[in-house]
Design a binder for this molecule. Structure first.
Ligand code: UD1
Ligand code: CA
Length: 431
C-alpha cells in the first residue's frame, strides 16, 4: 500500500462533543485522537495531508509535539463545509487516495491495508445492532446503492443497521474529477464525501464494500463515544502487557497511557494509573497508586502512593501515602506518609514516617541530598538546600536546616518539660 496518498479529515467543529476543545484534540489513553490517525497513516504512506479549519493553529501546535513534516491544508469551510468540502483543493501524489475521518482513534495500519484494491472506491461498512450517529448504507439486491446521512434519512432508512464507518479508498482520478459535482442539497447544507458513492455507482464504476468492526473503526462524536472508545483502547494496551507476562489484578480498574512501558516480572494491582512516559521494570505497583513520567526498577510502591514526574526509583520500597517528585532514590525504604521532592537519596537509607523535603521557598526549588545508610527519624523536615553525608542519624522530630557530616547525630527538639498535675489544674479535679 506504499503508493497510496492519505487524507485525514480533521476540520470539523465537533459540536456534539459540547466542548471548547477541538474534537480531535480530546484524548484517548493520554494522546489526542488525531495523534493515532497520523501515527497509523505514517506507517503506510509518505504522502499524508491533514485537513484543518476549526482551531487549526492549536491542533497544528499540538501535533508538532509528535510529528515533523506533516502537510496541513486549511479547508475553505465557509464556502464548502462538510467532509466533501474538506477534500477539495488537495492534489494527492499517488493513484490511490485513502480518506480517513480523524475521529476514529482505534484504527490501525494493518486494518487500513485491507482497503487496497482495484475498485474505484473501497468503502468501509459496519454492521451494528444500533447504527445511531452513523450514515446508513443503503444496500439493494446485495449492491450498495448510496449512503444516507442520519439527518437526511427517512424513518425506514434509520432502521438500517449497516453503517458507513468513514474510511474510503478512492481512485485518485475519480476523486478529483467528481468533487466539483458534489452539491450541498441536504439537511446540513454541507458537501458530503459520501455522495461520491452514489456518483460512482451511477457511472458504472466498481465499488467494493469492506465489512469492518467497531473494535477498530468506531467513530467518536460525543463524550460517551469517547469513553467507550477509550475502554476498547485500554483493553488493547492491557491485553498486550498481560500476554507479555505482567500480572494485573482487576484489569478493568487499571488505567495505562499509550507510551507506558512495563518490562520483566511486574504486578499492577487494582486502581493503579500509569501515566505519560512511565517505565515499570520488575516492580510491584499496589492498589490506587499513580505513577507519572517516572521509572521504577526492582521496587514496590503503594498502596496509595503518588510518584510524580521525573522520579527515578530503584531497589526501593515506597509505602502508603508517600509522594515523590523529581526524586532519585536508590536502595531506599520510605514506608509511610512522606513528601520526597527534588531529592537524591542513596542506598541503605531509611526515611521515617512523616518526613518532608521542604523544597520550595515560594520563589525557587531547592535540592535535598541524603547519603548512604542514613536513618531519618519520623517527622523530620529537611529545609533545602541541604546535604546529609553517609552514616548519619537524624533524631525524630528534627528540622534540618544545615548540612550534616558523616557519622553525626542531628537533633533539634524543644527541651523536654513536664508539669506535674497540670491536667487537673486546667480541667478541674478528678471526679
Ligand atoms: C461521517 C459520515 C458518515 C459516517 C461517519 C463515520 C459524511 C457526510 N458522513 O459522519 O456517513 O457514518 O462519518 O464515523 O461524511 N470534517 C472536516 N470538515 C468538515 C466536516 C467534518 O474535516 O467540514 C471532519 C471531522 O473533523 C471529522 C470527520 O470529518 O474528523 C467526520 O466528520 P463528522 O462531522 O464527525 O461526520 P459524521 O457525522 O460522523
Ligand atoms: Ca464522526
Amino acid at each position: 500500500m506504499t503508493h497510496t496518498s492519505i487524507i485525514i479529515l480533521a476540520a470539523g467543529a465537533g459540536s456534539r462533543m459540547k466542548s471548547n476543545l477541538a474534537k480531535v484534540l480530546h484524548k484517548i489513553s493520554g494522546k489526542p485522537m488525531l495523534y493515532y490517525s497520523i501515527k497509523e497513516a505514517l506507517k503506510l504512506s509518505d504522502d499524508i495531508t491533514v485537513v484543518l479549519y476549526h482551531q487549526a493553529q492549536k491542533i497544528k501546535e499540538e501535533m508538532n509535539k509528535y510529528f515533523d513534516d506533516i502537510n496541513y491544508v486549511i479547508q475553505d469551510h465557509k464556502n464548502y463545509p462538510g467532509t466533501g468540502g474538506a477534500v477539495m483543493n488537495i492534489t494527492p501524489k499517488y493513484e490511490k487516495t485513502l480518506v480517513l475521518n480523524a475521529d476514529m482513534p482505534l484504527i490501525c495500519a494493518n486494518e487500513l491495508k485491507k482497503f487496497d484494491g482495484d475498485a474505484t472506491i473501497v468503502m468501509s461498512v459496519l454492521n451494528l445492532d444500533d447504527a445511531d450517529g452513523y450514515g446508513r448504507v443503503v444496500i439493494e439486491n446485495q449492491q450498495v446503492k448510496k449512503i444516507v446521512e442520519q439527518k437526511d434519512a427517512s424513518l425506514d432508512e434509520l432502521k438500517i443497521t449497516n453503517a458507513n464507518a468513514g474510511i474510503y479508498q478512492f481512485d485518485t482520478k475519480f476523486l478529483l474529477e467528481n468533487l466539483a459535482n458534489l452539491s450541498n442539497d441536504n439537511a446540513q447544507k454541507e458537501y458530503y464525501i459520501t455522495d461520491l458513492i452514489e456518483m460512482a455507482i451511477n457511472q458504472g464504476k466498481i465499488l467494493k464494500p469492506l465489512f469492518v468492526n467497531e473494535e477498530n473503526f468506531k467513530g467518536v462524536n460525543t463524550k460517551f463515544d469517547l469513553a467507550n472508545a477509550q475502554v476498547i483502547h485500554q483493553n488493547r494496551i492491557k491485553k498486550k502487557f498481560m500476554l507479555d507476562g505482567v500480572i494485573m489484578r482487576l484489569p478493568d480498574t487499571i488505567y495505562i497511557e499509550e507510551d507506558v512501558q512495563i518490562q520483566g516480572e511486574c504486578i499492577i494491582e487494582n486502581g493503579v494509573s500509569l501515566l505519560g512516559n512511565t517505565k515499570i521494570i520488575n516492580s510491584h505497583i499496589k492498589t490506587n497508586t499513580v505513577v507519572e513520567d517516572s521509572t521504577l526498577i526492582n521496587s514496590d510502591a503503594g498502596p496509595m502512593a503518588r510518584i510524580r514526574p521525573n522520579s527515578e526509583i530503584k531497589d526501593t520500597h515506597i509505602g502508603n501515602f508517600v509522594e515523590t517528585k523529581k526524586a532519585k532514590l536508590q536502595g531506599v525504604k520510605a514506608g509511610h506518609l512522606s513528601y520526597l521532592g527534588d531529592c537524591v537519596i542513596d542506598e541503605g537509607t531509611n526515611i521515617g514516617c512523616g518526613t518532608i523535603t521542604c523544597n520550595y521557598d515560594g520563589i525557587k526549588k531547592y535540592e535535598t541530598i541524603i547519603g548512604k545508610n542514613v536513618f531519618v527519624g519520623s517527622d523530620t523536615q529537611f529545609v533545602a538546600p541541604v546535604k546529609i553525608d553517609d552514616d548519619v542519624l537524624i533524631a525524630a522530630g528534627s528540622t534540618v536546616t544545615g548540612n550534616v557530616k558523616k557519622g553525626e547525630l542531628y537533633l533539634t527538639r524543644a527541651k523536654k518539660k513536664t508539669v506535674e498535675g497540670y491536667f487537673y489544674k486546667h480541667f478541674g479535679e478528678e471526679k
